[in-house]
Design a protein around this ligand. Sequence first.
Ligand code: ATP
Length: 270
Amino acid sequence: ARAQAMEVDASPEVTYDDIGGIDDQVREVREAVEAPLVNAEQFRAVGVEPPSGVLLHGPPGTGKTMLAKAVANETDATFIKMAGSELVRKFIGEGARLVRDLFDLASEREPAVIFIDEIDAVAAKRTDSKTSGDAEVQRTMMQLLSEMDGFDERGEIRIIAATNRFDMLDEAILRPGRFDRLIEVPKPAVGGRERILDIHTDDMTVDDDVAFADLAEGLDGYSGADIAALCTEAGMFAIRDERTTVTRQDFEDARDKVEAGDEGAVTHDG
Ligand code: ATP
């Protein structure tokens, strides 16, 4: 079960340069996660407790997973990812056991960055219904909190969680000593969108008539993931046409296609 539920990457390839439009968030993550790993001695000497856990929250596809991978890359740490939904298991005690496995693996592989995506799946506010499923989820969350409480002895392990549903979270996980550093990761503004277009066309042959600044203006509401998809789609138009250069028209056609399709449709919600 361990192998299936966790994604382990000894050296993720994502770097900070691959992440566009969220420079403040990159800085905050570096301060909260990278600095304590790299300067552990200094933190000890000064007597400052680094944040226990960092919670990234914001819309889907904005770069939260990339941030966690880039920090692991930069610190030569093993990246260990678990989806919260994987922790919600059928059998009693299974979720808690997976949480233990997760932290055990991290201490075997330290320095390590644990990334728990969709943390809301195990840490949603308690509902009124006292079904057994809820109780099991609750136990899994308790196990997670208790592993985090035993952190100091564990050495060089940092933990990052992510959610698209910040409003749903149980406050218990946000208390000091738990996920006590919150970083909001928003959809990119126009300058960020231009930077993300640059990043995702880096390996593409793009015609001189393509003006990313103009294109970015028209992509209000696009996440980084939406922009990545747009660039791929534009490239596909060129390939279908048996051209080797991607033109302005290809990007416009790609945008029309992305916005017309229901699947992965861009949500203009901010
Ligand atoms: P989710 O909440 O759905 O898990 P996420 O915020 O973790 O999403 P990522 O998995 O980091 O999003 O991003 C998905 C893909 O979208 C990335 O692999 C990358 O190609 C692209 N992308 C997203 N955000 C950015 C960004 N800020 N800069 C460059 N590329 C981005």
